[in-house]
Each structure stands twice: as structure tokens, then as C-alpha cells.
Design a protein around this ligand. Structure first.
Ligand code: UDX
Ligand code: UDX
Length: 430
């Protein structure tokens, strides 16, 4: 059955959710406070880089509308998804003011039965708070649901429409039926649970994935010292079905708008419940250390060749996105800038965002990967864009002053590069 749905907050998650729900045939109204964004969306201009989103939006535009009028959207909808951002504060705590504001704005407009679904990543107990807050304004029956998202940037549409599972934290039958109906066309296991468990599933999933990454990065560091190969070790353990092969790529660590924020968030949630989450604290330290170790390697090479020009390939926190939030690349460049080195960098789509994050000192943003390697003393690859694998590495070597290649994502194989005369070093490779 087609449902009338309002989406509050039209960022990465809100826009993907709204568009995908329109694709599934529901009538969707996307709300955002940002008038410029809404105006653009109404003209079909998508403010983010997310493959596939534009096509679906164009095809199903009749099912979706964009507005800044929250009151009207709530009035016209039966189900309201909250998708506002919940960023980290400086001390790692979760910034809840946008979420609180959204709930209060919604609460003031509820006049009949509504299902209020939260997709934002929020501490355990936020659903309970929502329930109490809405009750202050509306005395009859309504439902609060937790339905966390597991969307990866770059494959968000696919992740929404073909998920591994759908989590529905719900406390009553009516809302449960409506939620199952909304997702009825999606073939995936649907886990029905209570609101608090659903809220925790989101944090536990991201924390576990980050732990896997920090674990393999430590194994990589041992591999380097023991002259073993982390790719083979990862393959060897990954084939054990209990472990699984994914998220075992060693490198310079995780970044992005979710992992760092959610890991800090879970540590804070644990602290609040008077529990010291020792393992996660270590996961964060290992991740930071991975970037420091990479900078050390660059320093060592520059000292050896008496050079100071570094080419950095990649700025985004991972390929297929223009997002540089908490990107390991940005952290590494900042550390190198402090050491007064000269940086030449290239990224296929993230340059514009990176220029806003990085100090202007000693940095040149280049138009292509060749311009970036010209006269460089070392090439450091920090984001594994597929296009790097297609490049003529003979030409790359010719352009460099010294042929040192540090592959922070193990994208290349050493054999071929050594044949071309490169000094190649990956992370945890023989
Ligand atoms: C999402 C989730 O909300 C967050 O909890 C999760 O952990 C990561 O993904 P995201 O979609 O990436 O956040 O956030 P962002 O791109 O910042 O979008 C939030 C949108 O909400 C913005 O467009 C902002 O203008 C809008 N907003 C924010 C409102 O419309 N109202 C508000 O009160 C606050
Ligand atoms: C993540 C989660 O995967 C998603 O489920 C959640 O809802 C939002 O956060 P995203 O941040 O878009 O998605 O990217 P993801 O592909 O998970 O990568 C996160 C970071 O981990 C990247 O910096 C990536 O380079 C790094 N990574 C990932 C590794 O270093 N090694 C790996 O094996 C996998």
C-alpha cells in the first residue's frame, strides 16, 4: 500500500531515503531548513555526489516533493522519518540539538495518528525521550519507531534497496504493520525489536566494523616487522565464515562522517552508563596511530633522498565520494604541512571540499594525477580511486624526481611497480 511519508532533514541519509521510498511507490515530502538546498532539489539539482540518485529522482519525481514547510509536510503525512544530522561535539559527545529541535517541531504539529520514525544515529533512550516530548503536545495515540540506516556513501541507493537487513525497533502492532508495509517490496530479513535495542544495533554495527579495520591494521604492522603479507593473512582468515572477508583491508585507517563519530558516540554512551569500553578506546588509538605511522614513512623517505615534495593521490575518505569529513587524507596532509613539506595533490571529485578543510600553506591542488606527481620525491596514495589503477605508471615514474611510491591502501602490486623501477611500499606487505 502506498504510504504518505515526510522526511525531516534532506542530507545524505534523508535524500537517499526519500528518493528510494518514492521509487518504492510511496508519496514522499522531503523537508529541509536550508532553502537554497530545497530550491535546487525542486529544479532537480542534487547537492551531493551519490551515484544513481539523480536517475531515480528524475524517474519518480511525481512521487516526491521538496519543501521548507515542516508544518504542512507533517499534516499531510502518516509516517514521519527524522533524518537530521547528529554530529560529534568537540569532546566526542553526540550533538542532539538538531534532533531535539526536529522532534519538538513535529510534536507541535501532530493532530492525528502518526508514526514517528527515527533514522538519525542517536544515543539509546532518544526514542523514549521522543515519546515523552510528543506526549506533552499530543495526548492521543501515536507511535515512535527506531529504524537505523546502514547506508554507505557511494552506494547509498543500493544499500537502501538491497540491504543485508532492515532493523525496526517498535513497541506496538499498528506501527509494526505500517513499517513492514513500507518496506514490503524490499527482499531482506526484517528484524523486529524494541526501540532501545534498535538504537544500539546501529552503534554496535559501526563499532564492530571499525574494530575489524583496526584489528587488520595492527596485524599489518606485525606483518611489516615479520616480513609477512597482510593481504594473504586477511584472505586466510576471511574465508573462515565466522570471520568473513569484508572490512579486512589494511591501510591508513577509517574516516568519514560515521565511523569516527559513532565510535566516539558509543564510548560516550558507555561512559554515561558508567562502563569503560576499553576495546573501543584502543580501536580509536590504533586508527590515529596508523596515520602517524604513514607520515613517519614519508618522512623517512624524504630524509633518505634529501627531498621535500610529496604527491598525494586522493583526498576523499574513500573512493566514489566527494566527502572529506574525517578523511585520513586530510589528517595526513595537515601533519605533513606542519613539517613544512610541499604538497601536490589530486582527487577526481573531492578537491572543492578539501580546499575548505586544509590550510593554504604549501599545497597545490592539481587537475590530474600526472600534474600532481611532477618533480615529486615521493608519491603517497591515500584514497584507492579505481582510476589510479588505469594510469600509465611508466609515465608517472618519468615525471617524478625520485620514484618512491607509498601505497596507503594496498591498491597496487609491488612486483609490477618494481619492474618499472619504483621503490614500492604498501601497508603490511612483503
Ligand atoms: C545522517 C544521520 O542523520 C546521522 O544521524 C547519521 O549518523 C549520519 O547520517 P546526514 O544525512 O549525513 O546525517 O547529515 P547531513 O548531510 O548533515 O543532513 C542533515 C540535513 O538536515 C541537512 O540538510 C540540514 O539542513 C537538515 N536539517 C538539520 C533540518 O532540516 N532541520 C534541522 O533542524 C537540522
Ligand atoms: C559506514 C558504514 O559502512 C555504514 O553502514 C554506516 O551507515 C555509515 O558508515 P561509510 O562511512 O560511507 O559507511 O563508508 P565505509 O565504506 O564503511 O568506509 C568507512 C571507512 O573505513 C573508509 O575510510 C574506508 O576507507 C575505511 N575502510 C573500510 C578500511 O580502511 N578498510 C576496510 O576494509 C573497509
Amino acid at each position: 500500500m502506498k504510504r504518505k511519508i515526510a522526511i525531516i532533514g534532506t542530507g545524505y541519509v534523508g535524500l537517499t531515503t526519500g528518493t528510494a521510498l518514492a521509487y518504492l511507490g510511496h508519496k514522499v515530502i522531503c523537508v529541509d531548513k536550508n532553502n537554497v538546498k530545497i530550491k535546487k532539489l525542486r529544479r532537480g539539482i542534487i547537492p551531493i555526489y551519490e551515484p544513481g540518485l539523480d536517475k531515480i529522482l528524475k524517474k519518480h519525481h511525481k512521487n516526491i516533493d521538496f519543501t521548507t514547510d515542516l508544518k504542512d509536510a507533517v499534516k499531510k503525512s502518516e509516517v514521519i522519518f527524522i533524518c537530521v544530522g547528529t554530529p560529534s561535539k568537540k569532546d566526542g559527545r553526540i550533538e542532539m540539538k538538531y534532533f531535539h529541535l526536529a522532534v519538538r517541531d513535529i510534536a507541535k504539529e501532530v493532530q492525528d495518528y502518526k508514526v514517528i520514525v527515527n533514522k538519525s544515529t542517536v544515543p539509546v533512550g532518544a526514542g523514549e525521550w521522543t515519546q515523552k516530548e510528543i506526549k506533552k503536545y499530543y495526548k492521543s495515540k501515536f507511535s515512535v519507531v527506531s529504524n537505523p540506516e546502514f547506508l554507505r556513501e557511494g552506494s547509498a541507493v543500493k544499500d537502501f534497496l538491497e540491504p543485508d537487513r532492515i532493523i525496526i525497533g517498535v513497541e506496538d502492532e499498528k506501527a509494526k504493520e505500517i513499517m513492514l508495509d513500507i518496506y514490503s517490496l524490499i527482499k531482506a530479513p526484517k528484524i523486529i525489536t524494541d526501540v532501545k535495542s534498535a538504537e544500539l544495533i546501529k552503534y554496535a554495527a559501526n563499532a564492530f566494523l571499525a574494530t575489524k579495520i583496526s584489528f587488520i591494521n595492527e596485524i599489518a604492522n606485525i606483518c611489516e616487522r615479520a616480513k609477512a603479507d597482510v593481504k594473504k593473512v586477511a584472505e586466510g582468515i576471511g574465508l573462515d565464515k565466522r570471520i568473513g572477508p569484508k572490512f579486512l583491508n589494511a591501510g591508513i585507517g577509517y574516516g568519514g562522517s560515521c565511523f569516527p563519530k559513532d565510535i566516539d558516540g558509543l564510548i560516550q554512551i558507555a561512559n554515561y552508563k558508567k562502563y569503560n569500553f576499553q576495546l573501543l578506546n584502543a580501536v580509536v588509538k590504533v586508527n590515529e596511530n596508523q596515520q602517524k605511522l604513514f607520515v613517519q614513512k614519508i618522512k623517512k623517505i624524504l630524509k633518505r633522498v634529501n627531498g621535500n615534495t610529496i604527491c598525494i593521490w586522493g583526498l576523499a575518505f574513500k573512493p566514489n565520494t566527494d566527502d572529506v569529513r574525517k578523511s585520513p587524507a586530510i589528517e595526513i596532509i595537515k601533519q605533513l604541512q606542519k613539517l613544512n613539506y610541499k604538497i601536490q595533490t589530486y582527487d577526481p571529485v573531492a578537491v572543492e571540499n578539501a580546499t575548505k578543510e586544509l590550510p593554504k600553506k604549501n599545497i597545490k591542488f592539481c587537475k590530474n594525477p600526472f600534474e600532481a606527481v611532477k618533480n615529486a620525491d615521493v608519491l603517497a596514495l591515500v584514497t584507492e580511486w579505481p582510476e589510479f589503477s588505469e594510469l600509465d605508471m611508466r609515465k608517472v615514474k618519468k615525471l617524478m624526481r625520485h620514484p618512491y611510491f607509498l601505497d596507503g591502501r594496498n591498491q597496487f602490486e609491488s612486483k609490477e611497480l618494481k619492474k618499472l623501477g619504483f621503490y614500492y611500499e604498501g601497508i603490511g606487505r612483503r
